[in-house]
Design a protein around this ligand. Sequence first.
Ligand code: SAH
Length: 399
Amino acid sequence: MVRIKISKILEQKIRRGYPWVFHYQVQNENIKGKAGDLAVVYDSKNQFLAIGLYDPESEIRLRILQTSNPVDIDSDFFEERFNKALVLRDNLFSEGTTGYRVINGESDGFPGLVLDRYENTAVMKLYTSAWLPYLDILIELIKKKIAVKRCVLRRSRKVAALLETSKIYSEGHLLFGDNVDGPIRFKENGIDFEADVIFGQKTGFYLDQRDNRQAVRLLSKRKSVLNVFSYTGAFSVYAFAGGASSVLEVDSNSIALEASKKNLRLHFSSRDFSEAEFSQIKADGFNALSALESDNQKYDMVILDPPAFAKRKKQKNVALNAYMKLAKAGAKVTKKGGLLFAASCSVHVSPASFFKNVFLGIKSAGHRFEEISRTSHAKDHPFISSEGQYLKGVFCRII
Ligand code: SAH
């Protein structure tokens, strides 16, 4: 078995629940393992500290599965974890929500693995190929524990690059069940949606924003809404469900914009939206905002939910600056007394620094504001450590 030595400082962190050993944190390893090997970390007294999934191709060399006492990593081990994840989500959803996260990676004890459910379709997304040797165990567990008809495999960009030559694990590879012949329908808080589980971003839908969307729905009555970075229109459909008078969407991706129109038709099948009620702009979010400002357009509610600006740690400051600029541009097109919702899903940007930059942005637009609430992921996206809290959002009233 691979044996890894690390620093005392990291040892303490891991005891407190930190889930990773990066490649540069490995002080010594007895052999070079292959992806999916189990590796053990010993502490400074040469006692067992942790066991985890080894991945020589990933910057995260080891993803911790278990600390303090050594246990067998087998199907029983994973079944217990799966049960815990299910218990955590028990009673979380009414029958009005059939799309949710069943397993949230590190926080549910499956580091680097996400399992989302869309009605009867499960989607497993792997952020490390270290899980590939465990696929059979995982498939059996999914079949046994959740009554889905099929399960699709999605791979992070890095895992995809590694598996490029593998015909077995292509994007959207069917792990079991019937072929997927189009977008999958599901419900969220009673609203109908479709997700492209094969080519859509993440596993097809941003399930983590569910609670923020519900908040938007409750605040939308008779409001004109600007939804920037709208993707497949989830915030827009919620806004109309809450009685919004109009929604304008901005996204640079035409496929997402088309999917958004479909989602609107799906939920409001008997309603014809006029151009004044619903329209879209295919453009860069920043450019669209400055064009709207030049045109003196203002909205009762502005939603800013951009992609992660900091994909790497080094980009943190550039990202913070971009969040500030975005909040400034958003505040400029928000009516006095109107609401601005700003979100960030950058794991490298802390909640405190994100909020600070949003507030700076609003102020630099020449506005005062009242903070209404700070938000995070929905409850099916638990996080064990600060590393897990990637999503942060804030609702502000512009005054
Ligand atoms: N709010 C969405 C999720 C947004 S994901 C939801 O709740 O489902 C981020 C979106 O930003 C994607 O749809 C992507 O196409 C879009 N995007 C990325 N860069 C962009 C840019 N520079 N300008 C406009 N849209 C962009």
